[in-house]
Design a binder for this molecule. Structure first.
Ligand SMILES: C[S@@+](CC[C@H](N)C(=O)[O-])C[C@H]1O[C@@H](n2cnc3c(N)ncnc32)[C@H](O)[C@@H]1O
Length: 199
């Protein structure tokens, strides 16, 4: 691929920050402590990770399954001189156990619309399978492993994803979910769930 084609691919293939990104970043910035180690899963452009790293002294790692997103997050951080390590991988699976005090994730959460279905990185940024919860559930299956004992997860969810179903799935894995903040929009209500391990 030429450099230009590669750059065009990056522009169209990476989710750019929106209301959901901002809501999650606002909650995370207020909650993260300067001594924390933080992981931002599904970082996209690196917006949430960058907000946390620049507003707090926390050390932040960002990850995404999309290689274009990893490159864009790295480039944006470099441009803004924000210290950020970026790792390509599936949810929390590349990371060692008990590594992070806080994990943030603004996941793909829309139920698949078969009529409009595409097979590209933007589809993977937006859509979480038939229920909208496939990536969220995969994330919840492993996230407790990478948390320190009093670690916390901030997960962005939408009424389009069925917030109760997400909280129920978490509870089945001994994870307690409470709403940290919510905001209503014309077609959905967004919420940031604060999730901790039940000890
Ligand atoms: C809704 S976008 C959010 C992007 C960014 N965090 C923000 O708030 O602007 C979801 C992101 O999750 C990434 N993603 C999807 N499936 C993933 C997986 N299994 N593991 C890691 N990242 C994933 C997508 O590539 C996309 O960048």
């Amino acid at each position: 691929m030429s450099d230009l084609a590669d750059q065009r691919g990056m522009e169209t293939a990476v989710y750019q920050p929106a209301e959901d990104s901002k809501l999650l970043a606002d909650v995370a910035v207020e909650s993260v402590d300067g001594s924390d180690r933080v992981l931002d899963v599904g970082t996209g452009s690196g917006y949430v990770a960058g907000r946390i790293a620049s507003a707090t002294a926390a050390s932040v790692v960002a990850s995404d399954v999309n290689p274009h997103a990893c490159r864009q997050a790295r480039d944006n951080a470099r441009e803004e001189t924000i210290p950020l390590d970026v790792v390509r991988g599936d949810c929390t699976r590349p990371f060692d156990a008990e590594t992070f005090d806080a994990v943030t994730f603004n996941p793909p959460y829309l139920p698949r619309d078969e009529a409009a279905e595409r097979d590209d990185w933007m589809e993977r940024a937006l859509t979480g399978g038939e229920t909208g919860r496939e990536v969220i559930e995969s994330f919840l299956d492993d996230v407790a492993r990478v948390l320190t004992s009093d670690g916390v997860v901030f997960l962005l969810v939408s009424t389009l994803t069925d917030i109760e179903a997400v909280a129920g799935y978490a509870a089945d894995r001994s994870l307690a979910a409470e709403t940290a903040r919510e905001e209503s929009f014309p077609f959905e209500r967004l919420a940031v769930l604060r999730i901790t391990e039940e000890h």
